[in-house]
Design a protein around this ligand. Structure first.
Ligand SMILES: *[C@@H]1O[C@H](CO)[C@@H](O)[C@H](O)[C@H]1NC(C)=O
Ligand SMILES: *[C@@H]1O[C@H](CO)[C@@H](O)[C@H](O)[C@H]1NC(C)=O
Ligand SMILES: *[C@@H]1O[C@H](CO)[C@@H](O)[C@H](O)[C@H]1NC(C)=O
Ligand SMILES: *[C@@H]1O[C@H](CO)[C@@H](O)[C@H](O)[C@H]1NC(C)=O
Ligand SMILES: *[C@@H]1O[C@H](CO)[C@@H](O)[C@H](O)[C@H]1NC(C)=O
Ligand SMILES: *[C@@H]1O[C@H](CO)[C@@H](O)[C@H](O)[C@H]1NC(C)=O
Ligand SMILES: *[C@@H]1O[C@H](CO)[C@@H](O)[C@H](O)[C@H]1NC(C)=O
Ligand SMILES: *[C@@H]1O[C@H](CO)[C@@H](O)[C@H](O)[C@H]1NC(C)=O
Length: 510
C-alpha cells in the first residue's frame, strides 16, 4: 500500500538536529507526499520516455510587474505517457514545498494522472516560486521575499502556460489559446487554483481544487473543530479538561501550578507559558497526516490510547477526568513524544520562540519551506491555529491568540516588521473572492475530517451551493485525500468524489 510507506517515512523523521519544531509550521497545510515512481514510462506507441524525475527549467519572470528585470529558472517535471495530439495539459504546483519528491503527481497514482489517462493529456508539475530551487534570488531575506506574493504566484502559472514549450512532440504548440489546460491543486495550491481562475479568467479551461483553503483567515481556531468532532470522544473530553485547567491557572496567575503542570510533561525547562500551550497542540497536529488507510496505530491514536486505555479498559466518552489526564498525557510526552519531537535538545531550545538569535530565525539560505511559508502567512494568509473564542469547547488553549504567531513574524523578518503584523486577509479575500468564488468549470473536493475544511467552501455554516459549473463534493476523507488514487480504493466516499471530478472533466473537456 502506497501510503503505508509514506507513514513509515513520516514517523521516522527525527527532529533531533532540527532547530525549532515550530507549532506554526507543524500544522502547515500541504499536499500529501507519495513515493517517487521508479518505473519506466512509455508513450502510447511504446516509445520509452525520459524518467519522471527529469528536471526541466522554465525562464520565469522575476517580477511580473517589472518584466525588464529579467528571469529566473523555475523547475518543472512532466509526463506524457497518456498524451495524444490535442489532449489537455494538466498542471499542478505542489505549493509551499520543495517540489522534488512529488513526481508521483505526474502519474495515475493521483487524480492528475487519472485525468490525463482519461483525457489523453499530459501532466506537468511546477515548483512554486521561493520553494525548493525555484528562487528569483539566491537567498530568503525579507528583501528578496518581497516578490513572494499570491499575485506573483498566479502570474507565474499564467505566464508558464502561455509561454512554455513543453519537452514533448508538438509541445511548442499547446498554449491555452489552442489547447485546454486544467489546473489542479491541493491545500494552499488548491486555493491558488481557485484564486487563479478568479483573477485570470480564460487561461485555465477547468480546475480541480482539493481541500483548497480559499478563505484567508487570521484567527483560524476552526482548524481544531473537525479534529475535536472526529477524534475519540473520551480523548477529546480529557484534552479539554487539561486545557481548561491550564487556562484557569493561567488566568489566576498561579505560577506554581503552571510550573508543576509543565513538569508533568517533562517540559519544566520551557520558560514561557504560551510556548507550553503551543507544545500541547503538537499531538493534535498529528491528525493532519492521517489518510483513509492511515489511522489506528499512528502517532495520533497512540496518543489517545495513552490517555484513554488503562489496564486494557478504555474510558467512557467523558474520559477518565483531569487528574488522570494530566498524568497520562504528561507521561506520554515525557516518555515517548519529547524524544520524537526534540531528540536530545533541551526544551527551551527546541520549543521556545523567544530567542531570536537561533539559526531557525536567522538562516536565509534557500530551500527552507518553513521560512518562505512564514512569509506568506505573516503577510497575506494568516491561518493562525489558535484557541477558540470563549464559550466554545477548547482542545487548544486560549492563551494562544494570533499575536503569538505575529510576534514570531517579527523574529523571522525583523527587516520587514518592527511590530507584530496583521496579515492582509481582508484584501486577499476581496481580490481572489475567497468563499465567494463563482467561476465556471471549477471542481471543489473536500474531506469532512480535514482540519483545513473550515477554510474551504465546505466550511460549517457556509452552505455554499454546489452547481453544475462549480460543483462541491465532500467525502469522509482527510486533507487532500481525493488527490491520491489509493485513498479511493480504501474509502468509497473518497472514490465517489474522485469519480465525480473525473466525470466533470470528461464533460468540460469534451
Ligand atoms: C520546518 O518545520 C518543521 C515543522 O515544525 C520541522 O520539522 C522542520 O525541521 C523545519 N525545517 C527546517 C529546515 O527548519
Ligand atoms: C511514438 O511516440 C513518440 C513520443 O510521443 C514520438 O516521438 C514518436 O514519433 C512516435 N513514433 C511513431 C512511429 O509514431
Ligand atoms: C496507470 O498507468 C499505468 C501505466 O503507467 C497502467 O499500467 C495502469 O494500468 C494504470 N492504472 C489504472 C488503474 O488505469
Ligand atoms: C540577498 O539577495 C539580494 C538580491 O539578490 C541581494 O541584493 C542581497 O545582498 C542578498 N542578501 C544576502 C544577505 O545575501
Ligand atoms: C476511547 O479511547 C479509545 C482509545 O483511543 C478509543 O479506541 C475508544 O473508541 C474511545 N471510546 C469512546 C467512547 O470515546
Ligand atoms: C504573576 O505572578 C508572578 C509571581 O508569582 C508575579 O511576579 C507577576 O507580577 C504576576 N502577574 C500578574 C499579571 O499578576
Ligand atoms: C520523565 O522521565 C524521566 C526519565 O526519562 C524521569 O526521571 C522523570 O521522573 C519523568 N518525569 C515525569 C513527570 O514523568
Ligand atoms: C540563543 O541562541 C543562541 C544561538 O543558538 C545561543 O548561542 C544563545 O546561548 C541562546 N541564548 C539563550 C539565552 O539561550
Amino acid at each position: 500500500m502506497v501510503l503505508t510507506v509514506v507513514l513509515a517515512t513520516l514517523l521516522s523523521i527525527s527532529f533531533a538536529d532540527a532547530a525549532i519544531p515550530n507549532a506554526m509550521l507543524r500544522g502547515r497545510p500541504g499536499i500529501p507526499q507519495i513515493p517517487v515512481p521508479e518505473r519506466p514510462v512509455t508513450s502510447p506507441n511504446g516509445t520509452a520516455l525520459p524518467p519522471l524525475t527529469t528536471v526541466y527549467y522554465f525562464d520565469q519572470l522575476i517580477d511580473h510587474n517589472n518584466p525588464s528585470i529579467g528571469t529566473f529558472q523555475q523547475r518543472y517535471w512532466m509526463n506524457y505517457e497518456f498524451y495524444e495530439a490535442a489532449g489537455p495539459i494538466i498542471l499542478m504546483t505542489p505549493g509551499e514545498t520543495d517540489a522534488d519528491g512529488y513526481e508521483g503527481y505526474l502519474t495515475n497514482d493521483t487524480i492528475n494522472g487519472m485525468i490525463a489517462q482519461q483525457q489523453q493529456g499530459a501532466t506537468v508539475l511546477i515548483e512554486h516560486r521561493f520553494f525548493g530551487y525555484s528562487n528569483p534570488y539566491d537567498n530568503l531575506t525579507s528583501q528578496s521575499l518581497e516578490l513572494l506574493t499570491i499575485q506573483q504566484a498566479i502570474d507565474d502559472l499564467v505566464y508558464f502556460a502561455q509561454n512554455v514549450d513543453l519537452p514533448m512532440p508538438g509541445g511548442d504548440n499547446v498554449k491555452p489559446d489552442t489547447t485546454p489546460w486544467v489546473l489542479v491543486g491541493g491545500s494552499y495550491s488548491g486555493a491558488l487554483t481557485s484564486w487563479t481562475m478568479v483573477n485570470k479568467p480564460g487561461i485555465f479551461h477547468a480546475g480541480y481544487a482539493s481541500s483548497g483553503v480559499v478563505e484567508a483567515i487570521t484567527d483560524y481556531y476552526g482548524y481544531f473543530t473537525p479534529i475535536r468532532e472526529y477524534m475519540p470522544q473520551n480523548c477529546s473530553s480529557d484534552v479539554q479538561a487539561v486545557i481548561a485547567y491550564l487556562d484557569q491557572i493561567h488566568a489566576e496567575n498561579n505560577t506554581a501550578a503552571i510550573q508543576s503542570l509543565k513538569e508533568a510533561f517533562g517540559l519544566g525547562g520551557l520558560s514561557h507559558v504560551d510556548d507550553f500551550a503551543a507544545a500541547l497542540q503538537f499531538n493534535l497536529f498529528d491528525w493532519q497526516s492521517l489518510q483513509p488507510d492511515i489511522g489506528p496505530g499512528t502517532l495520533f491514536f497512540e496518543f489517545c490510547d495513552a490517555l484513554e486505555v488503562k489496564g486494557g479498559v478504555s474510558a467512557p466518552a467523558t474520559g477518565w477526568g483531569l487528574q488522570n489526564a494530566i498524568y497520562s498525557w504528561g507521561s506520554f510526552w515525557n516518555d515517548t513524544y519529547y524524544a520524537y519531537v526534540c531528540g536530545t535538545t533541551d526544551a527551551e531550545t527546541c520549543l521556545g520562540t523567544y530567542n531570536t538569535s537561533q539559526a531557525y530565525w536567522t538562516d536565509v539560505s534557500v530551500n527552507n519551506a518553513n521560512r518562505s511559508w512564514f512569509w506568506m502567512v505573516c503577510n497575506q494568509v494568516g491561518y493562525y491555529q489558535v484557541g477558540p473564542p470563549p464559550g466554545q469547547p477548547a482542545i487548544v488553549s486560549r492563551i494562544l491568540q494570533p499575536v503569538y504567531d505575529e510576534r514570531q513574524c517579527v523574529n523571522m523578518f525583523p527587516q520587514a516588521f518592527s511590530s507584530p503584523p496583521s496579515p492582509s486577509v481582508g484584501e486577499v479575500d476581496m481580490m481572489y473572492a475567497g468563499w465567494n468564488v463563482n467561476v465556471d468549470r471549477l471542481f471543489f473536493a473536500n474531506g469532512l475530517r480535514d482540519p483545513w475544511r473550515e477554510a474551504t467552501v465546505s466550511a460549517d455554516g457556509l452552505y455554499k451551493a454546489s452547481t453544475m459549473t462549480q460543483p462541491i463534493y465532500e467525502g469522509d476523507g482527510f486533507h487532500c485525500s481525493d488527490l491520491i488514487t489509493e485513498n479511493g480504493i480504501v474509502d468509497e466516499t473518497v472514490h465517489a468524489v474522485q469519480m465525480a471530478g473525473l466525470g466533470y472533466m470528461k464533460t468540460w473537456l469534451a
